[in-house]
Design a protein around this ligand. Structure first.
Ligand code: CO
Length: 134
């Protein structure tokens, strides 16, 4: 059901420093910071040959990743995103297997303008999983 790894998201305390680490130390292509007010994050996209890394920093007072950063002040891996062909079919199959879909279960428009859903980390080995319909 899941296809390619679309991205790995890492929450960071200092976006400039994180971008430097990926650009200068690891030699990757990194974007300028992009504010996504609808998602409460500022992100730097790291483009790899086979996938992306998204460096995330809270934006605004009600950012959904503020608590994560408070609990992981040095930063940490936040979620992995897998591509699916049909997000509603994927949701229904996952629910039928007992997996919990976060929120109201209706796909939202993600950072790339495509429908996304998040799955409960306790059902997936302690890892928050995002599904993106591509
Ligand atoms: Co994501």
């Amino acid at each position: 059901m899941i296809g390619r790894l679309n991205h790995v998201a890492i929450v960071v305390p200092d976006l400039e420093a994180a971008a430097r680490t990926y650009r200068d130390t690891l030699g990757a292509r990194v974007s300028a910071p992009v504010d996504l007010p609808a998602h409460g994050v500022t992100t730097v996209f790291v483009e790899l040959d086979n996938t992306k890394i998204e460096l995330l920093h809270p934006l605004g007072a009600t950012s959904p990743i503020a608590k994560f950063l408070a609990e992981h002040p040095a930063g940490g891996m936040h979620h992995v995103c897998y591509e699916v062909d049909d997000i509603l079919a994927a949701r229904d199959r996952l629910r039928a297997s007992g997996a919990r879909v976060l929120g109201d279960g209706e796909p939202k428009t993600g950072a790339h303008g495509k429908p996304v859903l998040f799955l409960h980390p306790k059902d997936f080995l302690g890892t928050l999983v995002e599904l993106e319909q591509t």
